[in-house]
Design a protein around this ligand. Structure first.
Ligand SMILES: [Zn+2]
Length: 114
């Protein structure tokens, strides 16, 4: 197994930290919605399903982030972290700093966004 350098270890910690934050955020949001209280608040039903819709769209985004984080963590484990999934070039440090779970380099990210 490839031994990670200090910088990769930093990134791994950052990724695990954001993973935890996302999970906590989702838990808190879920708790604030107070699901399963259907009989007491019949008149709020439409509000609740609206909130449920918001929750689901946020959850979808967060799930995608969690997936990207997990993939990045997997790559750190395999020693393949830091290379663009599309063109294979090393991902720029500035990208890694602001978006450590990114699987694409600056160029490919930019092309995909268009
Ligand atoms: Zn690339």
């Amino acid at each position: 197994m490839k031994k990670n350098d200090a910088q990769t270890e930093e990134i791994r910690k950052k990724l695990e930290q954001s993973r935890k934050e996302i999970e906590e955020e989702l838990e808190q949001f879920k708790a604030s919605l107070d699901f399963g209280d259907e009989t007491d608040h019949m008149e709020e039903e439409s509000d609740e399903s609206e909130e449920m819709g918001t929750f689901l769209s946020i959850k979808k985004l967060q799930d995608a982030r969690l997936e990207a984080i997990d993939r990045a963590l997997e790559k750190i484990k395999n020693g393949t972290y830091g290379f663009c999934e599309r063109c294979g070039k090393p991902i720029e440090k500035e990208i890694v700093n602001i978006d450590p779970e990114s699987a694409l380099c600056k160029n490919c990210k930019h092309n995909r966004a268009q």
